[in-house]
Write a protein that binds this ligand. Structure first.
Ligand SMILES: [Ca+2]
Length: 577
């Protein structure tokens, strides 16, 4: 078997680094490789409004009127049912593609989706200004809002407003909803109960948030324990100016856990007795997790109760955290860490134990703000993505798929694109996925399909010195011979390719494209061709795309061609960085 190796390394001494940005850059740089993607574009694809800011990837100069980085809500109602289907799947993630179909338009800056588990098949969609719209798959989007609290909501700036909604387990009987919003007149971020049958808003808990308009957090979700979880960002601006992330005396930079089914003393809710900081002097007892920057979206896996958090990064790393059920009290790092990297000028507490993200990506390839999603536990696509966590990015619209690999790590792949500017991924009561997008104001149903022809790429990562080697095995899972293959990967900021073996390698501004060498392009059905790439830690290149030409080669033989060198040591280094 020909062994094909690409060696890459990079430096996290980021060229042109601007350090702590005052706000998130908002540009999209599409490389030529990306523009040739064979992904099916989602319907109603429109030019992204920020495309006018297009600039070089290393140009960190913020646009003239930059929206701050985006947090946004999506809630899942109910979710306490045991789901009998879903779970692991043998389908390789890179061969799966996500597609979307627009089912409604005319929403005004939708922020979150929730589904009541009351047999009505409705979706509740929050709009930033303070109203909730109702969508039904048969009748579409209702014009009359379900509720309107615009008189209580501060929607100023890009990130303030009605941001989150959660449906309690007893909704069918209680007709209560829970809302997270920035409140008038003082911009305090607030969680409130809304009694639908009385049209009454009852604020439950607030956190002052007047200084900066960004990083409101705003996710609300009921956990598998029946408690309500609520996220708040670090207070805004950039670089965690209040040192909120690591402090326990503020709700900023935290995820809270409260019991809204009861009242305790003068409080309109109770703090669960097993909250992690109940006995810590000076700590806010509502805190469940800390060390967060702007956890715009989190969700609970309805099968195992684990928690997935998309924490929006500052400028270098977007991250996703995955925590086992019931794991409260964890320190997720900010502002000591951004992703897996020490944050320059951050607040590190001596002796603190930080919980690392399970997935990070560099916004270098066009992203800006991670939009955390859900683990798929629906029925329609269980064979492809059952048990797979799906997330996206507000700017790049990349669909990220992640799932535990059974060996303590996670498989990951880019499996398509969402519509532009998705703010939230939501689920129906049955677990099917919808997304809403911001300024176009659409609702889209998400589907998954298997891509053909199929080149499966299996990966194994081995750390070495200052980098890692990613062994790649390209398998022809189709029933016709492959004659030529291409693998494409995203690079993190600062990564450069220094050498390759047995491939024809090119590096774009932020991607590696590896094409077969003359002697290893043919792969018989069910046969595999191994190769490898070696980037520097901590960033594993993200697999973007694999394509195989299935044209039968003239000199096709049943076996792999022999005579390929084990390692083509004569290949020149292709140091492009
Ligand atoms: Ca973190």
């Amino acid at each position: 078997m020909a062994r094909s190796t690409i060696a890459a390394s990079g430096s996290h001494a980021q060229p042109g680094s601007a350090g702590a940005l005052p706000y998130r850059r908002r540009h999209r740089s599409r490389s030529p490789e990306q523009s040739t993607s064979t992904r099916t574009p989602p319907p109603c694809k429109r030019p992204r409004f920020w495309s006018r800011h297009a600039t070089t990837p290393l140009d960190r100069t913020p646009p003239a009127d930059p929206p701050a980085d985006r947090p946004r809500p999506a809630a899942r109602g109910g979710g306490h049912r045991a789901v009998p289907y879903g779970g692991g799947t043998g389908r390789p993630l890179p061969s799966i593609s996500a597609t979307t179909t627009q089912v409604a338009s005319g929403l005004k800056r939708p922020t979150a989706i929730a589904a009541p588990d009351d047999g009505t098949d409705r979706l509740f969609i929050t709009q930033k200004s303070g109203s909730v719209r109702v969508y039904h798959p048969r009748t579409g989007l209702a014009q009359t809002p379900l509720l309107d609290i615009t008189s209580a909501v501060d929607e100023s700036g890009n990130e303030r407003g009605l941001l989150g909604i959660a449906v309690p387990p007893d909704f069918a009987a209680s007709q209560d909803l829970y809302l997270a919003y920035t409140a008038l007149p003082d911009a305090a971020v607030t969680v409130a109960r809304y009694r639908l049958d009385e049209g009454r808003l009852e604020p439950l808990l607030s956190q002052p948030h007047a200084e900066f308009s960004n990083h409101n957090g705003g996710q609300l979700a009921f956990g598998p324990d029946g408690n309500l979880y609520w996220s708040i960002g670090d207070g805004g601006s950039a670089g965690d100016p209040f040192r909120s992330g690591q402090r326990l005396d503020t709700l900023l930079g935290k995820i809270m856990r409260i019991d809204v089914s009861r009242t305790c003393g003068g409080l309109p809710y109770c703090v669960p007795a097993d909250n992690p900081f109940v006995g810590t002097p000076g700590a806010r007892k509502e805190i469940w997790l800390y060390g967060l920057r702007n956890p715009w979206r989190f969700s609970f896996d309805r099968a195992d109760g684990s928690m997935w958090i998309g924490d929006v990064g500052q400028g270098r790393w977007e991250e996703i955290d995955h925590l086992a059920r019931g794991r409260g009290g964890l320190n997720l790092g900010w502002s000591c860490y951004e992703g897996l990297e020490k944050f320059q000028g951050g607040d590190c507490v001596p002796g603190a134990a930080y919980t690392k993200p399970v997935f990070t990506y560099s916004p270098y390839t066009g992203g800006c703000s991670v939009i955390g999603g859900h683990v798929y536990r629906g029925r329609d696509h269980a064979a492809l993505v059952g048990g797979t966590y799906i997330a996206t990015d507000y700017c790049s619209s990349t669909v990220w798929a992640l799932r535990p690999d059974g060996r303590g790590g996670y498989e990951q792949a880019e499996i398509g694109e969402m519509p532009t500017q998705v703010t939230s991924i939501g689920t129906t009561a049955a677990g099917e996925f919808y997304v809403v997008n911001d300024l176009p104001g659409g609702l889209h149903k998400v589907s998954f399909a298997q891509e053909e022809p199929t080149c499966r790429v299996d990966r194994a990562v081995t750390a070495w010195g200052t980098g890692m080697t990613v062994d790649l095995t390209l398998t022809n899972t189709g029933d016709t011979p492959v004659n030529g293959w291409t693998l494409e990967f995203s690079l993190a900021l600062g990564q450069t390719v220094v050498s390759d073996w047995n491939t024809t390698l090119t590096q774009g501004s932020n991607t590696i494209t590896a094409v077969n060498a003359p002697y290893n392009g043919t792969i018989a059905p069910e046969r595999a061709s191994p190769s490898a790439i070696s980037p520097r830690t901590p960033a594993t290149p993200h697999h973007r795309h694999a394509s195989c030409s299935t044209a039968t080669p003239a000199r096709w033989a049943a076996e792999q061609p022999s005579g390929a060198p084990e390692r083509n040591t004569g290949a020149p280094d292709v140091r492009t960085g």
